[in-house]
Design a protein around this ligand. Sequence first.
Ligand code: C2E
Ligand code: CA
Ligand code: CA
Length: 754
Amino acid sequence: MKVKPLFWALLFCALSTLPGHGLGDSSNVRQVLHSKTVHASRWHAADLSATDLGVWREELDDAGRVHSWTIAGQIFALLLCAVFGLLVLKFYYRARREARRREQAESELNQARHALELRVQERTRELSLEVEERRRAEELNRGQKQVLEMLATHREQKIEDILRILADTVASQRRSWECSLHLVDRTRKTLQLAATSEGNQKLRRYLVSISADFPDAPESQACATGKPCVVEKMTEVRRPWSELLVANGIHSAFSIPFRVAGSGDTAGTLTVYSRLQNGPSSRDLEMLESAAGLGALVIEHRRIHAELLHNAYQDPLTGLPNRRAGEQALELAIDTAGRRCEPLAVLWIDLDRFKRINDQFGHGAGDRVLHTVADRLRANPLLTGRVMRMGGDEFLALIPGKTAGTDAGLIAGQLGKAIAEPISVGSAMVTISASIGVSLYPRDGASLDMLQRNADFAMYRAKTAGAGMCVYSPAMSAETGAALELEQALSVALENNYLRVVYQPIYAQDEHLTGFEALLRFHHPRLGEIPPSRFIPIAEEMRLIVPIGNWVLRQACRQLQSWMEAGLPCTRMGVNISALQFAHEGFAGMVSDILCECAVPPENLLLELTETVVMGDYGAVVRQMNLLKDCGVRIAMDDFGTGYSSLSYIHRLPIDVLKIDRSFIERLDEIESTRPIVEAVISMATRLGLMVIAEGVETERQRRMLQEAGCHGFQGYFFARPLPAEQAGHCLAASATKRAANPQRAAACAVTVP
Ligand code: C2E
Ligand code: CA
Ligand code: CA
């Protein structure tokens, strides 16, 4: 095509120059010359006439002219053709140049378009990568946030559930990824699967347990070395199930170990199973390490939580489940018994006078006793795993199944005996008894509260009756309910003015008043008048006896003060002191302060102590007594005859007065043999320099017998009942008047009564 214009131009020029063609053709000149030449050759030059020559000349001239014209025409035509040809050539080349330029432009355009397309593709890829990156970052953020939230808010959430969220979060980072988390077991021999991502569930059974010393598994390797382990070709792993992983589309795996704070050992691994055969990028590794760190945090958090929970449910002293755990166990046992239609026995075990051990031997000894009792309860094969410490000296034991109905009482008896065995506390041996109350499901209640309450009622009954063990009966409820109410009332008795002190006169042999015993009274607006025999043991058990007893002491001294201020003679005031009060280190100091405060001469105060006070730490008791004696205070041994009744130990103590218990005086009338005992006691005590007061003298006969035996003081209804302060004051005034009227008798009396 490109050569065509050139060809046509050349052809046109050639043709136009050919003879006989075109405007400037010279063929007629040549024809004329040819015919003249032929004619002249036939006629020799002699034959030619001048005319002929002229004609010829003319013809030749004509022909020459014509020829010149023809040549000119031909030249012109040639020039024309040349010009035309040049023009054609020019146009042709211009067209060709144009075409080339267009082609070049087109190719440049194509190149530019191609480059643009490439750029667009690249940018699109970059953008989609960015979008993917952002999606992953968001996914990661969301997952991490969720994990942290679950940790913070759902304390009861299972650790596996939290780790599963983490595994899903990691798996969401690459479409080709699945993720699992393994935890090292206690023996450190295996890695146990804790959680796996959603898409990995079908592989679960292959990953459940991985031997920690398996050399090729990335999990065990990471665990052993404490460094990330990458397996780029799963087929290279020698493990029985690696083919199964490959068969399930897993071609590579990488495992990151993690530790928990405070422990150098690896706690677990986070492993990625990839469907591609390549390792993680450094960025991936970075992200996986941060995810593994989160896994460690979850585990650490849960461990701390579990420890707290353990502490919250276990009694640290005895190692038994505590009250909270006990209540849960009881609830569970009730539920099980209900479903199986079986009975359940609830044993409420309370140690008797446990506080005395604490007070006498110290808290270390108390702890030792509790520990031993817990061991003894635990040792009973029928109670394995079913004994709880409910607090203080209270234990709960559960007996499920048929035995509960038939043998609960028997087992309770066995437990009581086991507890009562002597316990060695340092160099001493102590014995402690327990009161056990039994309630039965479903007979005595179907709920935790009812069973617990009724077992407590039964225990209370066992305690008050000194029976050791008691099985609940509905009649106890009312009685024990009142006791609980009493406890409640007692705890607010001082603030609510439910307490008052009455004064029982004590008389000398000459029937003159020698003093009073201050006795506490408790009047509750709803429960009425409550006798000391009921509320004093409860106050002791609740340790309320200390503030209450001190209050009585102060009241009694103030009473003496107010009588003195009223001009009455200062008389002797006996005040009962509980063992707990006496064991208080600052007791002697407090007594002395009260005496000063009330300006009462110390010898007028008689502190009445029972044998239980003296049975404590002998050295401490003697020290306290001596301190009191140094103050000038007098000390009486109260209730003599109810305990060891040994005059030998009393002899060694700085005691001034012996009060013979009412039970002896009572028997003076009834049992003949009592009289010689009482007489011997009075005689011996007198010889030891002690003043003897008989308590509970109710009859003239008793009074006479005691007087004959040489008893110094008399207290009892025969003389006077405990009186309110005002009446006691009248008594004191009357006695003073009487004494003033008969000074001789008073002097005799003063000799008899120390
Ligand atoms: P106690 O120290 O042996 O007090 C004597 C008890 O015998 C008093 O009983 C008194 O009312 C009672 N009584 C006196 N004479 C007779 C009588 O002829 N017949 C009969 N049946 N009883 C008589 P109460 O007031 O009921 O006190 C009982 C116990 O309560 C006291 O025995 C004492 O151990 C304790 N108690 C009373 N007040 C206090 C106190 O303020 N502190 C302490 N720690 N214990 C106290
Ligand atoms: Ca007394
Ligand atoms: Ca007494």
